[in-house]
Design a protein around this ligand. Structure first.
Ligand SMILES: Cc1cc2nc3c(=O)[nH]c(=O)nc-3n(C[C@H](O)[C@H](O)[C@H](O)COP(=O)(O)OP(=O)(O)OC[C@H]3O[C@@H](n4cnc5c(N)ncnc54)[C@H](O)[C@@H]3O)c2cc1C
Length: 155
């Protein structure tokens, strides 16, 4: 990282950002061209969980190239100034990369959905019920994180 002074070295803060962030932008690549999609997500133990319909452009790409780069951020705040060159953003952000795998079995899908649901609700894991139809039609993408960095500005 060029601005080493802004690097987040504390793994607990990186985890906190992943827990608090509401949107994860996942970057994919096919034929040398990038494709990015915002998604909701869950995080547990160095793994990202994403849920999706079984078809669409991102899934087509992932079936051919399972490499994912992702970004999340929290506490974004514009910093203004009388001097246009002093405007900026305050933020806490995380960028990581890893390999995507699809989870096919029902138990694995339920576990992943529980992690996602617990993140966005005030309920704990295991307190959610999913219909068999919903479980059959959802695709779960599990991303095993291989590299991760955190950066902060203004905090
Ligand atoms: C805050 C947020 C959270 C989301 N959470 C989820 C989630 O958890 N799971 C999930 O599956 N989807 C989620 N979505 C929708 C997601 O961004 C995609 O639209 C969706 O997954 C379909 O992607 P796809 O590649 O299959 O697109 P397709 O339906 O195959 O369409 C591909 C084309 O549509 C365009 N496109 C696709 N998505 C978008 C978009 N978001 N904005 C503008 N253009 C687009 C692309 O440029 C591309 O050319 C979320 C969107 C937002 C904004």
């Amino acid at each position: 990282m060029r601005r080493i002074d802004k690097e987040i070295k504390d793994p607990e803060l990186i985890q906190k950002i992943l827990k608090q962030a509401k949107v994860c932008r996942i970057a994919l690549c096919i034929d040398g061209k990038p494709y990015i999609v915002p998604m909701n997500f869950g995080y547990h133990d160095k793994i990202l969980y994403l849920h999706s319909a079984t078809e669409g452009r991102k899934i087509d790409i992932l079936r051919k190239n399972s490499n994912i780069c992702f970004e999340v951020d929290i506490k974004t705040q514009l910093v203004t100034s009388g001097n246009p060159c002093k405007w900026g953003m305050r933020y806490l952000s995380v960028i990581g990369s890893g390999k995507a795998h699809f989870i096919d079995n029902i138990e694995g899908k339920m576990e992943a959905l529980d992690i996602i649901m617990a993140k966005y609700s005030s309920k704990s894991e295991n307190s959610f019920k999913y219909s068999r139809d919903a479980l059959s039609s959802v695709l779960i993408i599990k991303v095993e994180i291989e590299n991760i960095t955190g950066k902060k500005s203004g905090y």
